[in-house]
Design a protein around this ligand. Structure first.
Ligand code: ADP
Ligand code: MG
Length: 421
């Protein structure tokens, strides 16, 4: 994709805008590549993450929106408790390459994402106390985005939550890069820094693609999945082997920030009707019933389950979106123990999937109610006293009615967040 309208070709050692020296690739996404750069000027932080967007007009428009959103989050209220949990923009400018004009955004530098943390845990998940620290910070960040900035993130998921790192981490990745140069080896473009952090034996390779394929593979293992039987839902997938491994411990000092406002929008100005990554997509979005801040809270609920168990709460399957949606609705139904009829009647897609409150084309006999509390006890072998408060907390985040779902501030006041262990 290093073509006209695509990514900007960058080499390690390049100096951009006569100010930023490229040290290492940090990551990439659909819209951009992101580079660790040393800031050669005396102003601003020594190291930054430089996001360089693809050059086609459509990407440039998206980048301008992201800049507007980032600017707003930077300016509105630095004293808010959630302010420091949103990745900050430093500077923005344009770069010209053979592929066109690219928007560049320099941001404060962050480390690996929560997805890396899950990989590092071998998908055993992380300890509940660490999870609480992480979820609390995500909720603080969202309380700032929602209540102060009136911004809906729309893509809350482990990949987009980044872990804060210190200069030692940055120095380590730079010295590794120098080793490559010393040995005369070209650093492959796909070799991203955050992967270094994962133990060698735990990663399959060096690129994000490998991480993702490992992720898919693990998911397949944990939910033994019989071939998709037509449009039937298959409850067996959620009855895999019990998981007895201890979860991974994380440092009490862990600090995270919400990143990637590339898909975000304003409460009163949406860019798209369909939002969110499938597994973290809220019920009202699936039903086409409109969305707002509560859609982000749903994603936090899904992510909370995943962080402690290492497995996704909902991973619907299907060849086309209608089938996947139906599967997704079945999973939600099973987890919540039903969906209130008035919810099933709202939304432009609702009538495709529900009639009189019942799931269409789904035999009720195939559905097996399996509430989160019981999943934690039966599958993950939790003690019931531990499962009850956590399951209760998650259920208040995946409440089917967005109007009744906890807001970020309410969730921060909830019993599970505030209680001592
Ligand atoms: P896109 O909009 O193209 O998806 P993202 O903003 O999600 O771009 O960035 C792509 C990847 O770059 C992220 O998944 C992450 O690995 C890395 N990254 C992004 N921002 C930072 C940052 N501030 N510090 C360190 N790494 C970052
Ligand atoms: Mg992204």
């Amino acid at each position: 994709e290093y073509i006209t309208g695509g990514y900007m070709p960058i080499n390690i050692g390049d100096i951009l805008k006569e100010q930023y020296k490229v040290c290492r690739k940090l990551g990439w996404g659909h819209f951009s590549t992101v580079w660790l750069c040393r800031n050669l000027s005396n102003e601003g932080p020594t190291y930054v993450a430089l996001k360089i967007c693809k050059s086609a007009q459509s990407f440039a428009v998206v980048a301008q929106d992201e800049i507007k959103l980032l600017r707003e989050t930077k300016l509105i209220d630095p004293t808010h408790i959630g302010y420091k949990h949103i990745v900050q923009m430093v500077d923005t400018f344009k770069l010209v390459s053979v592929n066109g004009v690219h928007t560049a955004i320099s941001m404060e530098i962050m480390g690996p994402s929560l997805l890396h943390l899950l990989i590092q845990s071998d998908f055993r998940g992380i300890h509940l106390s660490g999870c609480k620290r992480i979820i609390t910070q995500v909720l603080k960040g969202l309380s700032y985005l929602h209540e102060k900035c009136r911004i809906i993130h729309t893509d809350i998921k482990p990949e987009n939550i980044l872990i804060k790192v210190d200069e030692n981490y940055i120095k380590t990745i730079i010295s590794k890069t120098e080793k490559f140069t010393e040995l005369g080896i070209d650093m492959p473009r796909s070799y991203v820094a955050s992967d270094c952090w994962i133990d060698k034996d735990k990663r399959l390779g060096d690129s994000d693609e490998n991480i993702i394929s490992k992720f898919e593979e693990q998911r397949g293992q944990s939910y033994p999945y019989d071939k998709f039987l037509g449009e039937l839902t298959d409850f067996k997938r959620r009855h895999g082997e019990p998981r007895l491994n201890a979860p991974m411990w994380v440092s009490p000092n862990i600090e995270i920030k919400i990143a990637d406002l590339g898909n975000s929008c304003w409460e009163d100005h949406h860019f798209s009707a369909e939002i969110q990554t499938r597994q973290y997509r809220a019920l009202e979005v699936i039903l086409g019933a409109g969305y707002g801040f509560p859609a982000d809270i749903w994603s936090v609920g899904c992510m909370g389950f995943e962080m402690v168990t290492g497995e996704m709460l909902f991973s619907p399957k299907g060849e086309e979106s209608k089938i996947t949606n139906r599967d997704h609705l079945c999973l939600i139904y099973e987890t919540l123990g039903g969906i209130p009829q008035y919810i099933t009647e709202k939304g432009t897609n609702a009538r495709q999937y529900f009639s009189n409150g019942e799931l269409l084309r789904v035999n009720k006999k195939w559905l097996r109610i399996w509430k989160i509390e019981d999943v934690l006890v039966e599958k993950y072998k939790w003690k019931r006293v531990d499962a009850i408060p956590f399951a209760g907390f998650l259920e208040s985040l995946i409440e089917p009615d967005p109007a009744l779902r906890l807001t970020a501030s309410m969730a921060l006041q909830s019993e599970w967040i505030t209680m001592n262990e």
